[in-house]
Design a protein around this ligand. Structure first.
Ligand SMILES: O=C(O)CCC(=O)C(=O)O
Length: 166
């Protein structure tokens, strides 16, 4: 059973829409994500206002979240090249709800209760994120669980939108 606040929807978009989004994303100036101490292999593009090609997607995801689309004020495009993982984390506390779309190749989105008890790896759950699927994370899964993305073998992209915490 999924943690509360996690919702998954396969085939959220059609294959033709995925192809159109991928060709727009390939033209974006992606940059390696910077953390305090190091630069990650994952490449990202971050927008306060989404570019025009992402506006309809933001609208749909906002409807799904039952939020006005303007509340999804942070847009993040992630590129995972083969071998790129995203480690265990909770999203920054400045954000509340998260909605994401997967493109390219499938990956696992892993969840484990937070705070994590060392050695309790059996508590982790896996959700398979198929290409063209979408997910929502809010509430319990957002605050009482961490998530991570193990490395993929072929190129994957995700587009995520976040609302600010009020
Ligand atoms: O690529 C994804 O779908 C997950 C992204 C993620 O975990 C994040 O941006 O915090």
């Amino acid at each position: 059973m999924n943690p509360d606040g996690l919702v998954y929807e396969p085939e959220f978009i059609a294959a033709a829409d995925e192809a159109a989004l991928l060709s727009e994303i390939r033209a974006l100036p992606l940059e390696e994500a910077r953390y305090r101490e190091y630069t990650a292999k994952r490449r990202v593009a971050i927008f306060d206002a989404p570019p025009a090609f992402l506006v309809p997607l933001r609208e749909r995801l906002a409807d799904w979240l039952k939020l006005p689309s303007a509340m999804l004020s942070y847009t993040l495009v992630n590129e995972y090249r083969p071998g790129t993982a995203l480690g265990w984390h909770r999203d920054s506390p400045e954000f509340e709800s998260v909605a994401g779309l997967s493109l390219g190749t499938a990956c696992r989105l892993r969840f484990r209760p937070w705070p994590h008890v060392k050695g309790r790896n059996g508590d982790a759950l896996d959700l398979l994120l198929e290409p063209r699927s979408a997910y929502i994370m809010r509430g319990t899964v957002r605050w009482a669980w961490q998530h991570s993305v193990p490395a993929v073998k072929t190129l994957r992209y995700s587009i995520t939108f976040r609302s600010a915490r009020t």
